[in-house]
Design a binder for this molecule. Sequence first.
Ligand SMILES: Cc1cc2nc3c(=O)[nH]c(=O)nc-3n(C[C@H](O)[C@H](O)[C@H](O)COP(=O)(O)OP(=O)(O)OC[C@H]3O[C@@H](n4cnc5c(N)ncnc54)[C@H](O)[C@@H]3O)c2cc1C
Length: 379
Amino acid sequence: MRLSERRIELRESARRFAAEEVLPAADRLDPERREIPDELIARLAELGFFGIVIPRELGGMGLGVVDYCLVSEELARAWMSVASVIGYTNGSTTLFRGPGREGYLRRMAAGDFLTAFALTEPEAGSDAAGITCQARRDGDGWIVTGRKRWCGYARNADAIVLYARTAPMPESGRHRGISAFLVEKERGAFPAGMSGRPIPKIGYFGITSWELDLDGLRLPVGALLGEEGQAFAVGMEELTIARAQTAARAVGCARGALEDAAAYARARSQFGRPLAEFQAIRFRLADMATRVEAARSLTYTAAEALDAGEPAIAEASMAKLHASETAEWVASEALQILGGNGYTTEHAVERHWRDARLTRIIEGTSEIQRHIIAGRILA
Ligand SMILES: Cc1cc2nc3c(=O)[nH]c(=O)nc-3n(C[C@H](O)[C@H](O)[C@H](O)COP(=O)(O)OP(=O)(O)OC[C@H]3O[C@@H](n4cnc5c(N)ncnc54)[C@H](O)[C@@H]3O)c2cc1C
């Protein structure tokens, strides 16, 4: 895809910020398994990255999925978690459509209203329509009961977009009767009726992922987002955009690994020659770069289709599938180029490897993407 001047400028500003501010923070904090610091969140807000797709009249950048992916790739090249944190707001704007919600979008664009996303449950992951968390009407509000798993950024966020059943699960068409709720809360705490346990992970530090217990969580009637019982379709629409962004995040991780490996190959000598002079290393780098470029092309094909208003479901799945599998392979090859040093936390390659591995799982696993793509071919 040829980029316009405006897009090149946007990419350059994100690239500069990522290199100068995100990368040093990632190199320092990821090995200690620490969270993204508040100062970095404040800088993301200042740059407008929480509101890339939010309309200008609401204080956002008023841009599209292509721009969102461009910025995401740059941030993920430094630290994937930082690219993810802007995904919570940019990825949930559809649910805030409609009158009376503009205030939230304004605050999101300003970085004053950070959200988390709670769909997955201990017994419902790939089978998202199988969620059992329940919200029942009680006087002038709702009472929510159940469990959620893997809710990233839940404690640090100002609100959690939570999916729950507002009608019993039907025999068929299980996606019916699922509603979305906005759980507003204090940043850095859980509200009454909700408790959280951090899930111990092997990577994707910077964002703590939580298992949440909802035991009589009370919400006001206005917490319902969109139409009652109709949230699943909106959630899936948002998931398509999230898949394109995950592809961009994967490309970012892969690029980080590739660039680090190329720099290392130039700097490190064995047998009296830089590694970069060995044909085995040169060919490996060439294959890595070619696959990264192919993954990027698929990502922008999906993003452009989404900006053109197409559903782009299969395109986003193809981009996500290919980019995430590419990222894991590229990061693993990069680690090999660093030899023993690649297997230390002294070099960022292992972070890119751990984070790239996750992209095959989040926003629908590779297997689920294959189901979606095959469904389109066979339809
Ligand atoms: C670090 C991390 C962060 C996350 N953040 C969030 C978040 O913020 N909010 C949120 O709601 N969720 C989040 N998730 C959840 C994520 O979306 C799920 O983990 C993912 O959808 C897979 O679900 P599962 O883990 O329950 O695996 P399962 O659905 O149990 O799948 C296990 C395996 O079986 C395969 N499988 C399942 N069904 C089929 C099938 N029909 N055909 C073939 N293979 C199949 C899967 O591909 C996988 O390999 C996060 C997950 C992780 C690991």
